[in-house]
Ligand binder design. Structure first.
Ligand SMILES: CC(C)(COP(=O)(O)OP(=O)(O)OC[C@H]1O[C@@H](n2cnc3c(N)ncnc32)[C@H](O)[C@@H]1OP(=O)(O)O)[C@@H](O)C(=O)NCCC(=O)NCCS
Length: 169
């Protein structure tokens, strides 16, 4: 797969919505740090902006290294819309299910339907292959509403997170 080329999933809704995907490269570390920061609650420490940026970059790199170590087979994709990087999708296509390792839309692009479009295309793709779709969702996340609305149910209580699953059949 060429870096920068749209990923040819045949995802009809994403195509209609003008969403494309490209593999993450090393040059995307600053973007990944912004994506990571968008998932963090505001912190009240007395760090300067420069110190915070450095910490977020370190934590983001550690998170990405964790994803690569534990899900080496996952596609790590940048989501693009309207010519902008709008988020990321990390997806592992396991034999029995599609595991969403991470789906994050940058704060400024949230609430415009991109997340639902991607999820519905992913669900269609999984259904066509007879597979389920799973994702870990923080219990208190507003995203829980979206997943429940799309038919995901809690499969396992993992403390602060629920393993949510959508069954194709
Ligand atoms: C969850 C997420 C990927 C959805 O993408 P999106 O493009 O904003 O979603 P859509 O516009 O298609 O759908 C809107 C739904 O997203 C969710 N949402 C909206 N803003 C959100 C936010 N700031 N944080 C989390 N979820 C949010 C809500 O469920 C909303 O549905 P509602 O209007 O019924 O409450 C995106 O909001 C996000 O990246 N959130 C932060 C990360 C996160 O919470 N991930 C969940 C796994 S822990």
């Amino acid at each position: 797969m060429n870096a920068g080329a749209p990923v040819p999933f045949g995802w009809a809704r994403a195509a209609r919505a003008g969403l494309t995907f490209r593999p993450v490269t090393d040059a995307d570390q600053p973007l990944l740090a912004r994506v990571y920061a968008s998932t963090r609650k505001p912190d009240l420490t007395v760090m300067t902006a420069v110190q915070k940026a450095a910490v977020l970059l370190l934590e983001s790199r550690a998170q990405d290294a964790h994803f690569q170590k534990h899900y080496p087979q996952a596609d790590r994709l940048v989501m693009m819309g309207g010519g902008h990087d709008i988020g990321r999708l990390y997806i592992a296509r396991w034999p029995a299910r599609h595991g969403i390792i991470d789906l994050t839309v940058l704060s400024e692009y949230r609430g415009r339907g991109a997340g639902e479009v991607v999820l519905r295309d992913l669900m269609d793709e999984a259904a066509a292959a007879g597979k389920d779709v799973s994702i870990l969702v923080e219990k208190c996340s507003p995203a829980m509403r979206l997943y429940r609305r799309l038919g995901f149910v809690t499969e396992e209580d993992k403390g602060g997170y629920d393993l949510m699953c959508w069954k194709a059949r």
